[in-house]
Design a protein around this ligand. Structure first.
Ligand code: PMT
Length: 401
């Protein structure tokens, strides 16, 4: 978001108070936010609040004669990278659908060539009304991005659909405006997180995967236009917006889910830390501690990546990316896995480093392909994910010749 110029339109809904927190979040990400308010919006939150949060002049009046506000609808819209209207009332949605320009916000939208993101918020009956639905359909036809409202308790005391979308969802839509849609048309299957192999009703075997690497792969792929299915072991992470999330617990459940979703995928990335073994006997009652040492007999889980590799004969078009979590012999182990699992790319990461591997926000990986090895710098997992997609796109292009 750094340096992006967001023209933020606020209209007359109680959800205007949430818009204030969105402005604050954008400013914290070093976006330049200019707020326009309808007169009705100022009934809910004062321009002073938005001025203090954005650090910019707030515009409310198209007919102001103040020097810096004259023709504001033209000057404001001129250099915006995006127009975000949140909350968007039924009234403003109707005005935009009809191309009206009788206030600063609607006039600025008409005068802007920037992408427009509209976030409706209203009572569920008003939202469901055919007139509102027709106006929303017109906005979509005009190319506006409508971020559908959430379902839940509404300010009027009812429960229904009409709550302003979550900021995380809207932020991802905005991010998508600023990145090349170079994964558009790709169906991408990603696995993330640990698996849990039950021992008894209270205990399981697992590992230190937090899911961060896989979830950043899902977010960045979605932003770049892909259709994403994320098969995830248990994590504390919020589901990335606008993707299909398939939660699993055990390696066997993950294998089943991968088998179900692999068919349609053009690219598969296996970032999950899948247990290689599971307890052979799962006790139905909690195992009581005794003086004798507890002997655990383990049996192997299916190697999902290897199974996908074996299936490549039928799917030579499908790109298969595996990870390698290594503590030593990184490159050699990565190459071994590339060959053994018939992957197109293995992403090797060190699990002993304090800034790499499990449960940290950074990573430093080595790309292993048939062509050789490529060491990346220490990057955020978000940037690492973007670099993985860059590599995948290059491999996809060379695969297609
Ligand atoms: O989730 P984070 O906290 O962000 O940590 C990220 C990570 C360290 C988990 C991730 O970067 C990573 O390295 N994931 C792979 C972990 C792992 O299982 O590596 P491995 O070398 O044991 O397995 C090699 C590959 O085979 C992996 O793609 C794995 O998904 C796959 N595999 C492994 C075992 C198994 N039974 N089936 C598999 O498909």
């Amino acid at each position: 978001m750094q340096g992006r110029k967001i023209l933020f339109g606020v209209t007359g809904s109680i959800a205007a108070c949430k818009a204030a927190t969105w402005v604050s979040s954008l400013v914290q990400e070093e976006a330049q936010v200019t707020v326009m308010m309808t007169e009705a919006a100022t009934r809910f939150v004062t321009p002073l609040t938005f001025g203090a949060l954005s650090g910019q002049q707030v515009y409310t009046d198209m007919f102001s004669t103040d020097a810096e506000e004259i023709m504001a609808h033209i000057t404001l819209s001129g250099d915006a990278d995006a127009v975000l209207i949140a909350p968007a009332t039924a009234q403003t949605i109707a005005q935009l659908a009809q191309g009206m320009a009788d206030n600063l916000l609607s006039a600025a939208v008409l005068a802007s060539a920037a992408p427009v993101v509209v976030c409706p918020a209203m009572n569920s009956k008003m939202l469901a009304h055919p007139a509102t639905q027709r106006n929303l359909a017109i906005l979509k036809e005009l190319g506006y991005l409508v971020v559908e409202p959430e379902t839940g308790p509404l300010a009027c005391g009812e429960v229904g659909t009409g709550r302003l979308a979550e900021w995380d969802t809207v932020r991802e839509v905005l991010q998508g405006l600023f990145v090349e849609q170079d994964l558009a048309g790709q169906q991408i299957l990603i696995t993330a997180g640990p698996t849990r192999e039950p021992l008894d009703p209270a205990r399981y075997l697992s590992n230190r995967s937090s899911g961060k690497m896989g979830y950043f792969l899902a977010r960045t792929a979605r932003r770049r236009g892909a259709e994403v299915t994320l098969i995830s072991g248990p994590t504390n992470l919020p589901a990335p917006p606008e993707i299909t999330l398939v939660p699993v617990q055990t390696a066997a459940e993950m294998a089943k889910a991968v088998k179900e979703h692999a068919e349609n995928a053009s690219i598969i990335v296996k970032a999950a830390a899948v247990a290689d073994f599971r307890p052979k006997n799962v006790a139905s009652l909690k195992i009581k501690k005794s003086t004798a040492a507890l002997q655990l007999e383990l049996e192997p889980n299916q190697d999902i990546l290897a199974s996908l590799g074996k299936g490549k004969v039928q799917r030579p078009d499908q790109l298969l990316v595996g990870f390698a979590a290594e503590s030593n012999n990184h490159e050699a182990e990565g190459r071994r896995k590339l060959e053994a699992k018939q992957a197109d790319l293995i992403v090797v990461n060190d699990i002993l480093g304090k800034q790499t591997g499990f449960d940290v926000d950074t990573n430093q990986v080595i790309f292993i392909t048939q062509e050789g090895a490529e060491q990346l710098a220490l990057l955020s997992k978000e940037e690492t994910a973007n670099r993985i997609w860059d590599k995948v796109i290059a491999l996809h292009k060379s695969k297609r010749g």
